[in-house]
Design a protein around this ligand. Structure first.
Ligand SMILES: Nc1ncnc2c1ncn2[C@@H]1O[C@H](COP(=O)(O)OP(=O)(O)OP(=O)(O)O)[C@@H](O)[C@H]1O
Length: 671
């Protein structure tokens, strides 16, 4: 151990064990708290030399797809941030909520050193694994922070300076962290401000994108700030019900949780009716109009943007109707279910059955692989039925932290516990009252919570925390899962009684590779991803290529690819040349999905170089394999050269070679 490391370890122990020491570190108590967690709770050795923990490539891909919306926007912001910090030795990183590094933009000067500490895609930077660090500690503290040099817990990380800010979704849930890390001597004071601004930009853009098919009220207390980074945004349904609010909107209006305003009518927030708001916004040609907040009478300036139409719901389907009844389906929304398919027989049968059962108060379960459209199906049922003007509330049962379950689901009364909001909080169950509750990933719900949920569903009432008065519940419950619930019941991970309570009718969403309407679906996705006013087309060769793929990530994966291609396109007609280079070859070579599995394996591109053919690899991996083989050939199998060229560490390169079945023509040379 170096003298420096010995000193560091001593200091960590003295800070944790001795309050005097803690006061001495002068770094604010977030670091002290974190060090205490690292030593006492995670029992980490400050001088640990353990290899960085890296998730398997397939897991990384799944995690990236789960955060596809955020990632697509974040990539652009990361590139911007990287440019602003260029030359100062920084790497910009995005992690998910578990601290797994999803994206990495590295300054070449720093990348090599960084990979030694584990700053690379797939590495886990949670506090539990890497001790006090920008990303991991930010995930725990849930606020922007810096971790500078020897504030890091592990002595091997004290060469770093990190500035990290948390990214939240519109439901206030933490989804990840954006971080800029560099070598300490180059650390810049304003980095944290830049990172925080980028996060705000990411959150705003994700919000505007996710709710682009709804009305969006964008406002600020100064007219010139409408449309800027600091504006607030509220998504509204066709009847003016608040569907969601951005963080800035909540803060401008003085609320803490989205649940405090979601489900309310916009006229309960501002002293103007929804049709009045839309009319004046349109009449003023989208110049901000003054509106007044109901509680404080504070003046704001607002613009209401119309939904981007073209989801198959018909143009104009979402125009607000003057005095539209709060209950009763807007007629034009009735085809939301029909718009889910373009002739695929399985989906058509699902839609027809859904229409028959959805008003009958029968619980519904949606089954299917990830990304096959379960949530979209649930939303379409909601929009097509009599509850369309009431809230649709989605809960991801797998991701609610144990400690928040109670208040998130059931809500609490004002002052129910220390730290509770003074106005109390309506839980998600009550937010959904009158509408639909969508329980996503139901198979992953913690068992303790299953019992409580069962009771609520049976009694049809909720008692918020700190209250004794039950509130009546009237919700339509739709659940979804990608796992086999009967297997979970057998293993004791899922309650049988809850299973029968949730499953009245089950629908199975066909995977994309089995859908017979793939061509029309691709066109539909391209249309949805195009900006209003500049529609993008797909040429026949590209369409044919895309139709023939197996799409393990289903519609979500396809949408993600199309979004990237549209963002980077040169003209409004997408062709094969718009495919990312690493995919072009792989997609072109991949076998058509109509072939039986055995045939596909043999049809996968056999490597000209590199030993074993690419058996069992998906098209993306085949593409990656091809690119790697070309690079290896170009560098005459000099691994250091290839690693440098690809901006990855030698370790990562080794792992890739193994995963992609690449061997040197002369095997001994790799070892
Ligand atoms: N019929 C459809 N037409 C166009 N896009 C669709 C359709 N169905 C789903 N999608 C798109 O596919 C993506 C994934 O859909 P969705 O989130 O509903 O899938 P899911 O099965 O609920 O996924 P997960 O199991 O991971 O929660 C979304 O971008 C959604 O808009």
């Amino acid at each position: 151990m170096s003298k420096f490391a010995v000193e560091h370890v001593k200091r960590v122990h003295s800070v944790v064990h001795d309050r005097m020491g803690a006061d001495c570190i002068g770094a604010g108590n977030r670091i002290t708290r974190s060090w205490i967690r690292c030593l006492n709770e995670y029992q980490l050795n400050p001088d640990s030399c353990a290899e960085p923990e890296v998730v398997a490539p397939i897991e990384l891909q799944e995690r990236q797809e789960r955060l596809a919306d955020v990632q697509a926007v974040a990539k652009v912001e990361m590139a911007n941030l990287y440019q602003q910090l260029a030359g100062s030795g920084y790497a910009i990183m995005l992690t998910d909520r578990e601290g797994v590094l999803l994206n990495y933009f590295g300054d070449p000067a720093f990348t090599h050193a960084a990979s030694k500490t584990g700053l690379m895609q797939g590495a886990v930077w949670s506090e539990r694994v890497q001790g006090t660090n920008g990303m991991g500690t930010c995930l725990v503290e849930r606020r922007p922070l810096t971790v500078h040099q020897d504030e890091h817990y592990l002595s091997r990380n004290i060469g770093l300076s990190c500035a990290a800010a948390p990214i939240f979704d519109h439901e206030g849930e933490l989804v990840g962290v954006l971080d800029a890390s560099g070598e300490s001597r180059l650390a810049q004071q304003h980095t944290l401000a830049l990172v925080s601004m980028s996060v705000q930009m990411i959150e705003n853009r994700v919000f505007l994108h996710q709710f682009r098919h709804d009305y969006i009220l964008r406002f600020h207390n100064r007219p010139e700030f409408v449309g800027t980074l600091s504006e607030g945004a509220i998504a509204l349904s066709v009847t003016g019900t608040v569907l969601a609010a951005s963080r800035a909107a909540l803060s401008l209006l003085g609320y803490t949780y989205p649940g405090e305003i979601v489900g309310r009518d916009v006229c309960e927030l501002f002293n103007i009716t929804f049709p009045g708001l839309v009319d004046s916004s349109t009449r003023r040609a989208f110049h901000p109009v003054p509106i007044f907040e109901v509680r404080s009478n504070a003046r704001f300036f607002a613009v209401v943007y119309q939904p981007v139409t073209g989801t198959g719901m018909g143009s104009g389907a979402r125009r607000p109707q003057r005095g539209a009844a709060r209950l009763g389906a807007p007629a034009a929304e009735a085809d939301a279910l029909d718009a889910l398919h373009h002739g695929d027989p399985t989906m058509r049968a699902n839609v027809e059955t859904a229409k028959r059962v959805m008003e009958r108060n029968v619980p519904i379960v949606l089954l299917g692989e990830t990304g096959t459209g379960k949530e979209r199906f649930a939303r379409a049922m909601h929009l097509s039925g009599s509850r369309a003007s009431r809230p649709f509330v989605a809960i991801n049962c797998a991701s609610i932290p144990e400690s928040l379950v109670e208040s998130e689901l059931f809500g609490y009364r004002a002052g129910a516990f220390t730290g509770a909001s003074k106005d109390g909080q309506r839980g998600k169950l009550l937010q959904a009252n009158g509408g639909t509750l969508f329980l996503d990933e139901i198979g992953d719900m913690p068992v303790a919570l299953q019992a409580r949920l069962l009771r609520v569903l049976e009694e049809r009432e909720v008692v918020p925390l700190g209250s004794e008065t039950p509130v009546k519940l009237d919700i339509r419950v739709v659940s979804a899962t990608h796992c086999d619930l009967t297997q979970k019941i057998d293993s004791g991970a899922f309650r049988e009684d809850l299973y029968y309570r949730l499953q009245g009718v089950a629908f199975t969403m066909p995977p994309l590779r089995e859908r017979q309407d793939r061509g029309a679906l691709i066109r539909q996705l391209v249309f949805e991803e195009s900006d209003a006013g500049s529609p993008v087309e797909v040429d026949d060769r590209l369409l044919d290529l895309l139709e023939r793929q197996r799409w393990p990530g289903n519609l979500r994966q396809l949408r993600h690819l199309l979004r990237t291609m549209i963002a980077l396109r040169e003209t409004d007609r997408l062709g094969v040349h718009d495919l990312p280079p690493e995919l072009r070859q792989g997609l072109a070579d991949a076998p058509p999905i109509a072939q039986p599995a055995a045939a596909q394996a043999t049809a996968a591109p056999a490597a000209v170089l590199g030993g074993k053919p690419a058996e069992g690899l998906n098209p993306f991996e085949c593409a990656e394999r091809e690119v790697l083989l070309q690079e290896l050939k170009r560098h005459q199998w000099n691994l250091s050269g290839v690693a440098r060229e690809l901006n990855i560490s030698r370790n990562t390169l080794y792992r890739k070679l193994q995963r992609l079945n690449i061997e040197h023509p002369d095997k001994s040379l790799f070892h």
